[in-house]
Design a protein around this ligand. Sequence first.
Ligand SMILES: [Cu+2]
Length: 156
Amino acid sequence: MSFKSALLAAAASLSLATAALAGDIIIDDAYARSAGAHAKAGAAFMVIHNSGDTDDRLMDVRSDVSARVELHTHKINDQGVAQMMHVPEGFVIPAGGMHALARGGDHVMFMGIKAPFEQGAMVPLTLLFEKAGEIEIEVPVDLERQDGGHGHMKKN
Ligand SMILES: [Cu+2]
């Protein structure tokens, strides 16, 4: 089975809703992209809401679509250039608040993707939260979306 048909089969077996709910955590507006036909890396973005009264933390991410998946952020280095870096401690999702993973900021990074992300495909992703536990979502690939940021996926 090709990568794409595997993705489609996985997508067909699950809800296509873009919002996923687990306890107090709601994942909203998730999308993924990779850059070009020869992309080795991709990224996913989303808004994570916490309706509970205690902070939670996105600690790690897993997916089968790439050799590695990491939580990343951007920082401006001494030369004024934005660089990506791994954030091993993850991201706090404040009680009653939200944390956005967005272009140019925090994101889920796929490194060593097995195939470029195709428009409309679904990327399976497991999010590991300190309190909410594991949340499995299907992230739709949207290569056309423009909401700022810069071509940070040229890494590798
Ligand atoms: Cu990154």
